[in-house]
Design a protein around this ligand. Structure first.
Ligand code: 6R9
Length: 670
């Protein structure tokens, strides 16, 4: 067992539950031990040494940890290949993800709670045990196999809220070796259709309605619109919120209510054991171009990484109740509402509501009622709640909380301090976790860390085991493009149907490293802080969005000649969207406010509500270099409200006068 002379490394649980032995006001770093690695390597005496070991001997490190999974047939080599050739982990190893997330816990602990489903209306939570979850997964796997004819490697699309049905269906896909592709249920019908078509999904799983913040959203209607242009979808399984009272329009025989399949025979439980490198899911995310990328995550590799990070970064122990409030439509929902916590046999939360429904005390009332030990959320929500005042937090008992986490976007110091001091009462550990859809799980985070090292506010500080960050190989640099030197099991294996694009996007800019797309700085203590994206991706309310996607949507308007979209700092959303639009001559004489409305509607229907620009500025031209390249640097500064003096050198512009006009129009925008 993990021990150290100073006793700081001994986890409270290993002190026979004597929590009082650990001084509460001292922020300790009693991260979970890693006995499988440390026992066989007695020279490892500190976390730094364990980290070094994970970098120098990744094969041994991950081989030992892989024993935390249940393999049907053992793997031989741990790691083959490199970033440029492609990486394979645990070759020949076969396993089933649903068995690892459900069956093995149902076997030993069937009455343990797997899922707490926190419905939109407060006080309406449901508990699902591992035993119950297993039955559901087996039933849904039978439905997918026998009714929807899904086979190993087939793609199943999801347009679902976070719910136990969604979780059981996702696990059912993994049970039969199918690949799931969840599309965030806030995306428009166009965005849904293009993702379904790219993945060539034959089955879609959806709900008739979802209720969020007391408002009903008719998902099936969006689906019906999308399915007009997805000829490959043969079966639509519909989860009816109000059972047989559903009023959703159904097209027979394609659309089937799940409750009508209740009697499906599920006695024949067929488990498909897959290769560790076989795809588990596709998840689309935004990049520099207009076309979202379908990142592919593989079965055993991804599962191991989410499991280990969930355990180590969040110091997660049996009996803890993990409250990740992210939607299942994003990678955070996949890794830390579903796969990490369930692989660890933990209790996980599914949150259907919003941070302000029915009032800004919702999160903390829920923490009190459910006695959550962990709360993992976004800086945007924290900034929003900060505005409502501390009384909404203080009203509720948060003494069950031990660890707080932040994810999705940079957290500013003010929000971090409020989260730490008000929500966490200064006694919880707050971790700012940096990672990406591509990295599969947390890659930089204050934990695991050296004993007694203080947590610096508002930065992810340290790499996780096995992650070696670098500034493009420049060991002396303390600022630059954030890259990772070596493979780790959580890294996506490809972009769906676009392996060349995968290589080009991530491995050709700073070879032989993985380029994250983010910039970072390293402070004098060697701690990492993210400075933001270095490409044309912006982060709005924690949602990753390509400016090119918004430009494509705006460009669909018949009166638009060209546009350029940039992000600007926004005090709640992190970044806001600023669109510069040049109209065709015909449009110049028309009512701008009408066109503006139409442009906003286009962004909503082509992408999602969060992609609607905060500002639209019409101008006769855009600042371009003589070779015709739009100078986004200048547009970003103008959006921020900077003056001519602050713009820097504009002499390389083809038409410097454009800038004067833009500055004038910007000053008139409220
Ligand atoms: C998990 C997730 C990834 C991008 C990433 C970065 C930004 C995420 C952050 C952060 C600063 C943090 N990001 N966490 N920036 N500090 N703690 O959000 O994945 O949706 O793919 O977004 O989000 O820019 O590159 P994803």
């Amino acid at each position: 067992m993990w021990r150290s002379a100073g006793c700081q490394l001994v986890c409270p649980r290993f002190l026979g539950g004597r929590r009082d032995l650990v001084k509460r006001h001292v922020r300790t770093f009693l991260s979970t031990p890693m006995p499988e690695v440390t026992q066989m390597n007695p020279n490892i005496k500190s976390y730094e040494e364990l980290y070094q070991f994970s970098i120098e001997k990744p094969e041994i490190f991950w081989r030992e940890l892989a024993n935390r999974l249940e393999w049907q047939s053992p793997f031989d080599s741990v790691l083959e290949g490199d970033f440029t050739q492609g990486v394979k982990w645990f070759t020949k190893g076969k396993l089933n993800v649903s068995v690892n997330c459900v069956d093995r816990h149902a076997r030993t602990n069937p009455n343990a709670v797997a899922i707490i489903f926190e419905k939109d209306e407060p006080n309406q939570h449901e508990l699902i045990t591992y035993g119950e979850l297993q039955k559901l997964v087996v039933k849904y796997a039978s439905i997918l196999r026998t009714v929807a004819n899904v086979k190993k490697g087939d793609r199943v699309a999801f347009y679902m809220p976070s719910s136990p049905t969604t979780i059981a269906m996702l696990l059912a896909c993994s049970r039969i070796g199918a690949i799931h592709s969840v599309v965030f249920a806030g995306f428009s019908s166009d965005a849904l259709a293009s993702r379904i078509n790219d993945a060539e999904a034959s089955v879609l799983i959806t709900a008739d309605v979802v209720v969020r913040g007391g408002r009903s959203l008719h998902l099936k209607k969006v689906v019906d619109e999308a399915l007009k242009s997805t000829p490959g979808v043969k079966t639509v399984l519909v989860d009816a919120r109000d059972g047989s009272n559903s009023t959703a329009a159904m097209q027979h025989p394609r659309d089937i209510f799940l409750h009508d399949l209740d009697k499906t025979d599920s006695t024949n439980d067929v488990i498909e054991y897959v290769d560790s490198n076989d795809p588990l899911f596709i998840l689309y995310t935004s990049g520099s171009t207009g076309k979202p990328k379908g990142l592919v995550h593989s079965s055993g590799n991804y599962l191991l990484y989410t499991m280990v990070t969930h355990n180590q970064v969040f110091d997660f122990h049996p009996g803890d109740k993990f409250g990740c409030v992210a939607d299942i439509g994003w990678i955070t929902g996949h890794s830390y509402s579903l796969y990490g916590p369930l692989a660890n046999g933990g209790t996980t939360l599914l949150f259907e509501s919003t941070p302000v429904y029915p009032n800004p005390g919702r999160y903390w009332e829920m923490v009190e009622r459910l006695k959550l030990t962990h709360f993992y959320g976004s800086p945007t929500a924290i900034r929003l709640l900060m505005k409502s005042g501390t009384e909404w937090v203080r009203k509720y008992d948060r003494s069950s909380l031990r660890i707080l986490g932040s994810v999705g976007e940079p957290i500013n110091r003010e929000a971090w301090t409020w989260f730490n001091d008000v929500v966490g009462e200064g006694r919880c550990t707050l971790v700012d976790t940096w990672w990406q859809t591509e990295t599969g799980g947390v890659a930089l985070s204050p934990r695991p860390s050296a004993p007694n090292a203080p947590i610096e506010p508002a930065m992810p500080m340290r790499p996780f085991f096995g992650i070696k960050p670098t500034f493009a190989g420049d060991a002396a640099a303390n600022e630059g493009p954030l890259c990772v030197e070596k493979p780790w099991p959580g890294l996506a294996s490809s972009i769906w149907k676009a392996s060349e694009r995968f290589k080009e996007t991530y491995f050709t800019q700073y070879p032989p490293y993985y380029f994250t797309g983010d910039g970072a700085v390293k402070d004098s203590n060697g701690y990492w802080k993210i400075t933001g994206r270095m490409d044309d991706v912006i982060n709005v309310t924690g949602h990753r969005l390509g400016t090119a996607e918004v430009e494509d949507a705006i460009g669909k308007h018949s009166l638009v000649s060209e546009s350029a979209v940039v992000g600007y700092p926004h005090d709640v959303k992190g970044e806001g969207i600023f669109a510069y639009v040049v109209l065709k001559d015909k449009g110049k004489k028309m009512d701008r406010s009408e066109i503006e409305k139409e442009l906003r509607a286009l962004c909503k229907t082509k992408i999602a509500s969060y992609a609607v620009p905060d500002f639209i500025l019409f101008n006769s031209g855009l600042p371009k270099t003589r070779s015709g390249k739009i100078m986004r640097r200048i547009l970003r500064k103008i959006a921020t409200g900077e003056t001519m003096k602050e713009l820097g050198d504009i002499s390389t512009l083809a038409e410097p006068a454009v800038v004067e006009k833009l500055l004038k129009s910007r000053a008139n925008l409220k």
